[in-house]
Design a protein around this ligand. Sequence first.
Ligand code: ATP
Length: 361
Amino acid sequence: MTVAEIQGSGISVRGLTKSFGSFRAVDDLTFEVRPGRVTGFLGPNGAGKTTTLRMLLGLIRPSAGEALIGGRRYADLSSPMQVVGAALEATGFHPGRSGRDHLRVLAATHGIPDARVDQLLELVGIPAAARKRAGDYSMGMRQRLGLAGALLGDPDVLLLDEPANGLDPEGIRWMRGFMQHLARDQGKTVLVSSHMLSEVEQTVEDVVIIANGHLVREGTMEELHGEPSALVRTTDPAALAAALERAGIGSAVEDGGAALRATTGDLARVGDVALAAGLPVHELRPLRTDLERLFLQLTEAPEHRNRNLAGGELVSGDPDGAAPPVRAVGDGPPVGQPAGGVPARSGARHTDVPAPAEETR
Ligand SMILES: Nc1ncnc2c1ncn2[C@@H]1O[C@H](COP(=O)(O)OP(=O)(O)OP(=O)(O)O)[C@@H](O)[C@H]1O
């Protein structure tokens, strides 16, 4: 795959806004999602994740702004199934039909051979169950069937809404590995939504965090973790702080002055400095950012506090009349060809946030 092809299959959301009556579910949202990476689309319940995904898929019409896949609006894709696959809700299956038949019907309407269906059922780990009625499936099996449906057209872009819901620990591990394989080995753009950062922190390379319809943070997991640092406990923290400073390492007091946080992840160096200064080290360990605390800080800041949960007018379907409210996984977009040309990722990062939450004990 060439660089141009890879860049051509990203996601670009610009100034995206969606109002339901007077209620703004998505508010001037701008972010980019890169190919070849798994990106977490995160936010608390009601933050606007599903609404955004539905706009990307042309299921509802934006009130303003645009949601582009490979540089194009969904409605302008001539072969959407080969460009984007989505697993939004694992509920859109005919209960009396087997999982296999569900996929075969879907495949047939898009000229995809049955062999692909069986290959995918194998790939997602439900080859035998696929012959049973989908109505008897567990939530985890429906998730896997939904994923198979999303992959039918071998799209470059995958949108997965809370795919770990209902999976057992082994299923979650499998799903993580599978998403990483799709992104890293196949160069696909994988956007996975979740309301918990901890659920996806081991899977995703990038994050887009929203709250109350607004973007609160966009960046890599590394950026979210912040600069590495180390906690060091000794008998004379002030003397160690001075020694560290002479060695070019910054520090700050922790634990009410009983310990120091050194601004380096190089534990050996901190230990060596203490030894050279003749100070005993009673504790020395890396300090990790408490991501769950950071997530709460980001999404519960007063300006982002979740007004959504307080209500808002519930409208069934889309008042703009763009499309039906719910669509089955992988439901029938027409056949055509892949899109191209997504603009380069913006270097800008959102930083209207408190300092990273740090775990100190
Ligand atoms: N058709 C609709 N009419 C009115 N309000 C709606 C409609 N669809 C969504 N909303 C509201 O928009 C807000 C965002 O909903 P959305 O489903 O996008 O959030 P979410 O981040 O996906 O949440 P969750 O994690 O709970 O699925 C919610 O307050 C929701 O009630």
